[in-house]
Structures are given as structure tokens and as C-alpha cells.
Design a protein around this ligand. Structure first.
Ligand SMILES: CC(=O)N[C@H]1[C@@H](OP(=O)(O)OP(=O)(O)OC[C@H]2O[C@@H](n3ccc(=O)[nH]c3=O)[C@H](O)[C@@H]2O)O[C@H](CO)[C@@H](O)[C@@H]1O
Ligand SMILES: C=C(OP(=O)(O)O)C(=O)O
Length: 423
């Protein structure tokens, strides 16, 4: 059992390194398995638990993987991929498992998904993925214990997503990349990570156009080759550090990121009183006076990222007036509210809307990380709280943020990661 212990009160100051993006590296590991020969080299790979699960899973299906951790470099030889089973004990621990489906369909002709993990945020359906595979010619059999997908070769088709699903877009592109003929994907996701994955697939030899427009065309090719690719910076990790500076009244310099990737998040943080200054790939963020209340609606990119909504909720607890949050992506992403309330916040939730009655001083408490982003939001709340905050279920934070305690300590925070022998 991992837990984080945070003693609040220090304004964060200094320089932080932004990690490689979790939501880009996971599909890239899936993409690497599409190459039947050679070795893929991924750079700027974050040392997070989801990457460790993805490595275990790639090995379970027959790939040979070396993780050079000090160099943040992953080497994947997928020539030995032979088994269709994505085993429950690994698959049920992270969402990225679904990103292995296209490669196994192409390489093995079938996939058995024994579980799908990831953050518990309410309904997380996969119907857009399955409908897409079916339109490309696969057979999908959804049983309670496992999902079985089979395909004797895929054929291009016109596909659509009811809404621009992030992993749905990546999966249908990967499925179409080696299908015979042309595939058009309508209502495709625009997230920067999706574009980075497309860039890697294009280097591998895929013929993809239209990314960033919502309409993607993929001309199938016969094979994809192993390549080298550097994973983009994690905008959610960068956002967490910006908000850590803001919530503590500090100032941070973030190396290797871009305000462009934040979309609307940037403007909302500015409205709350965060000042930004960008010099190339270096971003400075600091709080400018008292935090102001805010009105936020989460949306797909470039709208306000749902993965930064909990951190914003924590900040809103300290803002000078009521803030309104409308969560439109997930129907169960307000588990943070009751944990923040244990710390003295006043958050009222009504369905997909929440009102944060700020300002309320925060005080330390023992709280639970119900998912990755509510976990990091509680770390931020702890940094601004009086006294000590203990955040249980810290594994969920480790799924997506690398060395977070150490990186925050380098900015002057009092944070420790502890491993308890008691489960
Ligand atoms: C590994 C990864 O990249 N995870 C990210 C990805 O998750 P993920 O790709 O799972 O999220 P989606 O964009 O697919 O889901 C968004 C919404 O669409 C619904 N939906 C999705 C697919 C589908 O087949 N049917 C369906 O109904 C989901 O229930 C959810 O309500 O995007 C989310 C939304 O930005 C982020 O929070 C996650 O961090
Ligand atoms: C929801 C998230 O991740 P996943 O899709 O991997 O559960 C997240 O990164 O906040």
C-alpha cells in the first residue's frame, strides 16, 4: 500500500521537469507491437506504473522489452508476439490494455481481453471501438469474463465515433493502418497525444491524413516498421505543477512543455489568477494575488480537459467566491468532493455539476485517492492545507505521475511517499 504524506504551508518555487505523456506512450507501446520486425525505441518514457503494466503486458503476449530507466528509453522487439490473451491480472490494472487490441488483431488474428482497468470514473464504454472493429470486418464477442475479437484480415470502411473518444480514435487508426483499402474516421479526437501517436505511426510507414480536423483518412499499407520516437510532454503533469504553484502562491518554471497543449485550461487558469510566460519550450507559472472563482465546463480538446478538473476543484476551494464545475466527459468524476470536504472545503455535487463554495481554509486530514487525478488534486490540496494530509491508495497517483514526491520536494514542498506493509 502506497500513501503520500503532505505537510502544507510552503509556497513552491523552482524548476520542474515535465515527464513524457502517459496518454501518448501507452498507445505508442501498442503501436510498437504492429511492427513484425526490428526494434522500436521510445524516448522520454515516464517512469509510471501504467508504463510498467504495459511492459508486463507486452511481454505477456510475446514481445521482448528493455526499459533503460535512467535514460527513460524503452526498446521493444515485437517479432515474437504470438499469444492473443491479455491476461486479467495485468489487464485489469490499467486502461492502456485496450490499446493492444489492434496490434494483436493484425499480428495474431484474435484478441482475448480478460479485463480492462483504469480510473473508476463512472461508465467507460468501449462500444465505439467494437463497432469500428466490426465495420472493418472483425467479429466481437462480449462475454462477462472476457471480450473475444477475431479477424481474418481487416478491410477499410467508413467509421464514426459518437463522440471524439481519445483511445477510440487511436485504436481505429491503428486497426485501419494495416487494413486493406481506405478507412475514413469521422468525429475523431483532436488531443495532442493523438497527433503524436499519428506522427509515430506515419514514421512507421502508415498513410494517415486529416489529423486535427476531426476527419481522418487512413490508406492501409502492407506492413509497418519499427522506428524511434520521442514521447511528447505530459500536459496533465505540467498542469498539475502549474496548479501546485498557484494553490501555494508560488512560482515554477516547467522545462519541456507548451501552453498550446493546455487549450482552454490555460485561459481558465489565467482567469483564476495564474500568470504564464512562455519562452520556447519553457513555461513559467505563478499566482498573481488572491485566487478568483471560476466557471468550468469540461470538454474534449481544446476544451477544458477532464483530467485537470479535480485539480481545479482543489484550487477553487481557496478562491474568493463560488466556482461552478460542469463535468461533461465522465459521469462519475466527483469522488474528490467528499475528500476535499473532509479537509474543510464546501463542495456540493448535483449530478454532473458541482459548486465549490470558496474560500474555505483547508486543513490536513486522512483522505482517499479514488483515481489518479483526484489523487494528485489531494496532494495539491495538502500543499495548501494547514497541518498534515495523508493520501491513501497512492498507487493510483503512481499510475500517472512519476516521482511526484521527489519532484515536488525539489520545489520546496514537504511531501513523502510511504509504503505501508499493511494492505
Ligand atoms: C489512456 C488514455 O488515453 N486515457 C484518457 C482517455 O480515456 P478514454 O479514451 O477511455 O476516454 P474516451 O475519450 O474514450 O471517453 C470519453 C467518454 O466517451 C464515452 N465512450 C468512449 C468510448 C466508447 O466506445 N464509448 C463511450 O461511450 C466514455 O464512457 C466517456 O464518457 O481520454 C479521457 C478523456 O479525455 C481521459 O480522461 C483519459 O485520461
Ligand atoms: C482517466 C485517466 O486515465 P486512464 O484512462 O488511464 O484511466 C487519467 O489519466 O486521468
Amino acid at each position: 500500500m502506497v500513501r503520500y504524506r503532505v505537510r502544507g504551508g510552503n509556497a513552491l518555487r523552482g524548476t520542474a521537469f515535465v515527464q513524457g505523456a502517459k496518454n501518448a506512450v501507452l498507445p505508442m507501446i501498442g503501436a510498437a507491437l504492429l511492427a513484425a520486425e526490428g526494434r522500436t525505441v521510445l524516448r522520454n518514457v515516464p517512469l509510471i506504473e501504467d508504463v510498467r503494466r504495459a511492459i508486463e503486458l507486452a511481454e505477456a503476449v510475446g514481445a521482448r522489452v528493455q526499459f533503460h530507466e535512467a535514460e527513460r528509453t524503452l526498446v521493444i522487439d515485437a517479432s515474437g508476439v504470438h499469444t492473443p490473451v491479455l491476461p486479467e491480472e495485468i489487464a485489469s490494472r490499467f486502461r492502456g490494455v485496450i490499446l493492444f487490441v489492434p496490434a494483436l488483431l493484425h499480428r495474431v488474428g484474435e484478441v482475448i481481453v480478460e479485463g480492462v482497468g483504469g480510473c473508476n470514473l463512472g461508465a467507460r464504454n468501449l462500444d465505439f471501438h467494437y463497432n469500428g472493429y466490426k465495420r472493418l470486418g472483425a467479429l466481437v464477442d462480449e462475454q462477462e469474463s472476457a471480450i473475444h475479437i477475431k479477424a481474418a484480415g481487416l478491410t477499410g470502411a467508413t467509421l464514426y465515433l459518437d463522440r471524439p473518444s481519445h483511445t477510440g480514435t487511436e485504436n481505429l487508426i491503428m486497426a485501419a493502418a494495416l487494413a486493406q483499402g481506405t478507412t475514413v474516421i469521422e468525429n475523431a479526437a483532436l488531443e495532442p497525444e493523438v497527433l503524436d501517436v499519428i506522427e509515430m505511426l506515419r514514421k512507421m510507414g502508415a498513410n494517415i491524413s486529416g489529423e486535427g480536423t476531426g476527419f481522418i483518412t487512413v490508406e492501409g499499407v502492407r506492413e509497418l516498421k519499427a522506428v524511434e520516437h520521442t514521447v511528447m510532454a505530459d500536459r496533465l503533469d505540467a498542469g498539475a505543477f502549474m496548479m501546485a504553484a498557484a494553490i501555494t502562491g508560488g512560482e515554477v518554471t516547467l522545462l519541456g512543455t507548451s501552453l498550446e497543449h493546455l487549450g482552454v485550461v490555460r485561459w481558465k487558469l489565467e482567469q483564476m489568477g495564474v500568470e504564464f510566460f512562455q519562452e520556447g519550450a519553457v513555461v513559467h507559472a505563478r499566482r498573481d494575488g488572491q485566487l478568483r472563482p471560476i466557471n468550468v465546463i469540461t470538454d474534449t480538446y481544446p476544451g477544458f480537459a477532464t483530467d485537470l478538473q479535480p485539480q481545479l476543484m482543489a484550487m477553487a476551494a481557496l478562491a474568493g467566491g463560488p466556482s461552478y464545475i460542469h463535468e461533461r466527459i465522465f459521469d462519475g468524476r466527483f469522488a474528490l468532493a467528499r475528500e476535499l470536504n473532509k479537509m474543510g472545503a464546501r463542495v456540493e455535487v448535483n449530478g454532473s455539476r458541482a459548486v465549490v463554495h470558496g474560500p474555505t481554509p483547508l486543513r490536513g486530514a486522512t483522505v482517499e485517492a479514488h483515481d489518479l487525478r483526484s489523487g494528485i488534486a489531494l496532494v495539491l490540496a495538502g500543499l495548501a492545507a494547514e497541518g498534515e494530509t495523508v493520501i491513501e491508495s497512492g498507487y493510483r497517483i503512481d499510475r500517472g505521475h512519476a516521482d511526484i514526491a521527489q519532484r515536488l520536494r525539489a520545489l520546496g514542498a514537504d511531501v513523502e511517499r510511504e509504503i505501508s506493509p499493511f494492505a
